[in-house]
Design a protein around this ligand. Sequence first.
Ligand SMILES: C[S@@+](CC[C@H](N)C(=O)[O-])C[C@H]1O[C@@H](n2cnc3c(N)ncnc32)[C@H](O)[C@@H]1O
Length: 242
Amino acid sequence: MATAAEHYEHHLGPIYVWMAGGSDAALQAGSAEVEALNLPVTDGAVVLDLGAGFGMHSIPLARRGARVIAIDSSIELLRTLTELRGDLPVQAVNDDLLAFQTHITEAPSAIFCMGDTITHLPGLGAVETLIERASAALPPGGMFIVSFRDYSVPLIGEQRFIPVRNDESRILICFLEYEAEAVLVHDILHERTSDGWQTRVSHYRKLRLLPEYLITSLHSKGFNVRREVGMRGMVRLVAQSV
Ligand SMILES: C[S@@+](CC[C@H](N)C(=O)[O-])C[C@H]1O[C@@H](n2cnc3c(N)ncnc32)[C@H](O)[C@@H]1O
C-alpha cells in the first residue's frame, strides 16, 4: 500500500487536474464554493489552504483579495498551482500540512482544509493535532473550514466501484475497501497508449471520520461550528474561533 504522498506522487498527481474535470471547470467549482461561504476576506488577509492541491480554492481566494499560503506534499500539484496562479498572491509551500505554523509570520484570518484532505491524515491523533494547531493559530473570529467525505456508512457490493471520470483516452474507477476505522481507496486507471490500453492500480488509506466526532472535537477546542453540504456531497464544517 502506498502512503498518501506516494499515491499522489506516482498515481494521482499527473492526472489530478483531468480527474477534477480540467482546470477551468475545477477553478469555477472552487470559486463557487468560496463564494457560497461568503467569508469576509479583507484585502491582504492571510489565508492558509492546507492540502491545496493545484489551487482549486487558493486561486479563487486570492482573486477575492487574500494572500494565500498553499501547502501541499505533492510537488507535481504545486507545480500546476504555480502555473495556474499567474500573478496572484498564492505562495506554494511543499510541506506536510501539520507543519503549517512554520510558514506563517502573522495570524491567518482563515484556514481551509478542503476536498477530503483531512481524511488523508495518518490517524485521529493527527486530526486532533491539526484542530489544536488551527485553534492556536487563529485569532477570535477566525475561520477554520474543513470539507470531507463521510465514509461512516460502508458502501456494499458493486456500490463500492465508483466511476470517477472517463474519456476516449482514460478511465478512472475508484474501489473502496472498508476497514473498521479507515477505508482503502484503490484508484484503477486505464490509459490508452500507442501499445493499446494499459492499467495501473494504486491504493492508500483514508480515515473514516464521523462528522459528529469532528464537530465535538472542534467545540472542545474553542470553535463554534456550522455543518453544511459542500461540493460533490461532501460534509463541510464552517468553524469560527470564539
Ligand atoms: C483530495 S486532494 C484535495 C485538494 C484540494 N484541497 C481540493 O479541494 O481540490 C488532497 C490533497 O492533500 C494533499 N495532502 C494529503 N496529505 C497531506 C499532508 N499530510 N500534507 C500536505 N498535503 C497533503 C495531497 O497531495 C492532495 O493535493
